[in-house]
Design a protein around this ligand. Sequence first.
Ligand SMILES: Nc1ncnc2c1ncn2[C@@H]1O[C@H](COP(=O)(O)OP(=O)(O)OP(=O)(O)O)[C@@H](O)[C@H]1O
Ligand SMILES: [Mg+2]
Length: 324
Amino acid sequence: MKVAVTGSMAFDYIMSFPDSFANHILPDQIQRLSVSFLVDSMRRERGGTAGNIAYNLALLDQPALLMATVGQDAPEYIASLKARGVDTSGVLQLPNEFTASFFVSTDQTNNQIALFYTGAMAKSGRISFIEQDCQSIKLAIISPNDPWAMVKYAQECQDLQIPYIYDPSQQIPRLAADDLVKGIKGAKILMVNDYEFEMIKNKTGLTTDEIRSMVETIIVTLGEKGSLIYTDDQTLEIPPARPNRIADPTGVGDAYRAGIIAGLMRNYPWKVIGRLGSVTAVYVLEQHGTQRHTYNRRQIASRYRELFGDAPELDDFVNYLDED
Ligand SMILES: Nc1ncnc2c1ncn2[C@@H]1O[C@H](COP(=O)(O)OP(=O)(O)OP(=O)(O)O)[C@@H](O)[C@H]1O
Ligand SMILES: [Mg+2]
């Protein structure tokens, strides 16, 4: 059985400026600002929420159907995910578009100037669950993407009775309060970080208890403090895993989600599911880029045992063969 992964596909262009932007911006000329910064390093990284989640699921050997839009510049990106075992038949490639692109430049004082070009992502509403082989989808995740597409996917999952994780995250400011409530009410799980959870409460006027009464499970991540899982009758505190070093936190939330999904697909208890999320997350922290790390199920299980002790489910986690 597969998990359907919806969200963005993007390239991140990461540059560094060997000076301070402030030295070159004239505050009294701000009305006719015209600046060009010569940057001395640039990396292009594969990213996007759907791409990152699918990449991590592939490392975990969890069958995934990627449903996202890309432009003319992404054939290698898609081919590499496919080579890792991701089902890319749900990807729509638009020949006249560029893949969503994030351009960010950081100066010596850690100030940033960034631009996000939506590109093909703006057309992700053209993809539909109705066109997929829904019988093989056990679970879906609706991750940050074009806001209209997120609303559409939530409705389709409800209509087709596909259980879904609602992961509105960075798009909360762009979603109407009503749409957020509908997305949450129809979901199996709401998954956000603590800041985003506060934003949802502010925007909808709902309290934690009211949101808990709407959705079976809420997972709130707390960065280096770990995460909380609110189920019908209990609140579980999930400890973080200990990273060996912190190189770059980008993408940590996406890797955490993949660990959670892998545990959910195997029906493990919440305690184990949460810890699998914690362990997968730290591999991303330890490398620059969101898809440069690697791990396999055996390594995840041994790091889990090292940090949290044994769990009976870990043998199954290492050895299972997906029947699909
Ligand atoms: N410094 C850290 N040390 C250990 N684990 C961490 C650290 N930062 C994050 N994590 C793990 O990753 C999970 C998700 O992190 P976080 O709450 O920062 O997500 P996020 O804000 O959605 O991240 P993103 O920037 O990717 O959107 C945490 O619950 C925790 O398990
Ligand atoms: Mg996040």
